[in-house]
Design a protein around this ligand. Structure first.
Ligand code: ZN
Length: 154
């Protein structure tokens, strides 16, 4: 199955154990974003993050995806590319916001939503505009493209 930047899928994308942990820096960033989003929606957003194999991200702008494993009691899992660990903060945070927004929408019973809807959810959760940079990757850097360019996967 081909994977795009952040394809969401209900079940069975990965049966393997998501065992490779992220760095402490990425963990701290993810946990901070998750708890602030959970405070906004007034309930815990159930999601976790792990490093997925580099082969899952064949395209330059592929950095993450969100999926559900049956064994994880409905918890959303966000697999990120190893290369995410060395990206600029404005890109890492924006990507994680977008993926957590996917997880929040799935948890809210909206598994079939668009990429733009995920961006809109992220903007609502953190009250910040989400842009796309010159490589068509999410960024918090002002002056980027907004909303998501229509030629990207929807
Ligand atoms: Zn996405």
């Amino acid at each position: 199955m081909s994977k795009t930047c952040c394809r969401t899928t209900s079940v069975g994308l990965h049966r393997r154990n998501p065992s490779r942990p992220v760095s402490l820096t990425l963990r701290a960033t993810f946990d901070t974003l998750l708890s602030s989003a959970s405070a906004f929606v007034d309930k815990p957003i159930l999601a976790d993050i792990y490093i997925a194999p580099a082969a899952d991200f064949p395209n330059a702008r592929d950095f993450a995806y969100c999926h559900v494993e049956p064994d994880w009691a409905g918890k959303r899992l966000i697999g990120v590319a190893p290369k995410l660990e060395v990206q600029k903060a404005e890109r890492v945070v924006a990507l994680l916001m977008h993926e957590i927004a996917h997880a929040a929408l799935m948890q809210m019973g909206v598994p079939d939503h668009s990429e733009r809807e995920a961006d809109q959810m992220a903007e609502a959760l953190w009250d910040v505009p989400l842009y796309y940079d010159s490589e068509y990757v999410q960024t918090l850097r002002e002056g980027g493209i907004r909303p998501r360019p229509s030629h990207l996967p929807r």
